[in-house]
Design a binder for this molecule. Structure first.
Ligand code: UFG
Length: 335
């Protein structure tokens, strides 16, 4: 049985990926510092799969703890989710973001190298493309200057990993996620709401639940059919499965370069108003909304060309927007 380290494995995407790894017969050890989740998620994963993953409460900023971890465990591959992810917060606290997302990445890669752990999957983001010149976006689209320190950490992370893979024997895959949404069908794990949601779907769901009064739609003067901005919303369970496909590619030596990049999206763009309508249709719930000014830093449209992931990873998104929105609602109700 292959043993996989999942950093940030109690977070939103991490917990869904742990479930899929266990479903596929991998042994999982989780590192999480619980900064943006709770220990209860460990029990919830266990109740879904029937297997309790090993867990170490470690903050990757503590280099000594990372060193000790690799002495204690024999690891076949690492899926690295642990990072801070709030765009606005990153503008206020850039150094925190560079320490949390970049310093920790270097420690992890150093210890992997010191212990001959070679297989690495990185959580990257479509944010590296900025507003792409061509849609749908292919992996060879040029990256653009980051709009925020958060975005910069994803771009720098890719560079750090690619440079390392040229000299250490590291084999890496960076998955560039589009917009992850939804929750596990059991409604036992999902995105934990902390404070006022910054992302669209949590805000929609909380508005439908009466926790928020009204959704602000940020701008209806974009150059899109209905004037609202377009994104590629991907079900978190599909996204989790992309990690298994990427991991298997490395474990089976099918990778074609030491560092590879794949878009992980559905290939379909949806506008903010289309999302609101799809949510109402999927759940029968009403969402109050008003149009307000654009949000600083937002782009007009981003959606993925997923041909490379289809062909090379043998992976394709299977769940559609309405199904994802229904699962988000079910998760909200369970809360
Ligand atoms: N939106 C609203 N109202 C809200 C929240 C969002 O209208 O209350 C709109 C946004 O303006 C945007 C769309 O809904 O047009 C999606 O917004 P999200 O905040 O959900 O997602 P983003 O596309 O802005 O952010 C995502 C990831 C980030 C990543 C960013 C850049 O969440 O991690 O893409 O590509 F950095």
């Amino acid at each position: 049985m292959k043993k996989i380290l999942v950093t940030g494995g109690l977070g939103y995407i991490g917990s869904h990926t742990v479930v899929e790894l266990q479903n596929e017969g991998f042994e999982v050890v989780i590192i999480d510092n619980l900064s943006n989740t709770t220990i209860e998620v460990l029990d919830r994963i266990t109740s879904i799969t029937g297997i309790k993953p090993e867990f170490e409460q470690i903050d990757l900023k503590n280099k000594k703890d990372v060193q000790q971890f690799f002495k204690n465990y024999s690891i076949d591959g690492v899926i690295h989710f642990a990072a801070s992810k709030a765009v606005g917060e990153s503008v206020e606290e850039p150094l925190m973001y560079y320490e949390n997302n970049i310093a920790t990445l270097t420690y992890l890669l150093q210890e992997m190298n010191a212990n001959n752990v070679r297989n690495f999957i990185f959580s990257s983001s479509c944010t590296v493309y900025g507003q792409a010149d061509k849609l749908p976006i292919t992996e060879d689209a040029p990256t653009k200057p980051a709009e925020s320190p958060y975005g910069a950490t994803k771009k720098m992370g890719e560079i750090i990993i690619e440079d390392t893979s040229k000299v250490t024997g590291l084999r890496a895959i960076a998955l560039r996620y589009f917009n992850p949404i939804g929750a596990h069908k059991s409604a036992k794990i999902g995105e934990l709401p902390i404070g006022v949601p910054q992302n669209l779907i949590p805000y929609v769901v909380q508005t439908a639940a009466g926790i928020r009064e009204c959704l602000s739609v940020f701008g209806d003067d974009y150059n899109t059919p209905d004037g609202t901005a377009i994104r590629d919303y991907i079900h978190v369970v599909d996204l989790a499965k992309a990690h298994i496909a990427a991991l298997n590619r490395l474990l089976e030596n099918k990778n074609k370069a030491n560092c590879e990049f794949f878009n992980i999206g559905t290939g379909k763009g949806s506008s903010v108003l289309e999302v609101v309508n799809a949510f109402e249709k999927a759940t029968g719930k009403n969402v109050n909304y008003k149009i307000v000014d654009r949000r600083a830093g937002d782009i007009t449209a981003a959606y993925a060309n997923t041909s490379l992931a289809n062909k090379e990873l043998g992976w394709k998104a299977e769940l559609d927007l309405e199904e994802a929105l229904r699962s988000s609602w079910k998760w909200q109700e369970s809360l």
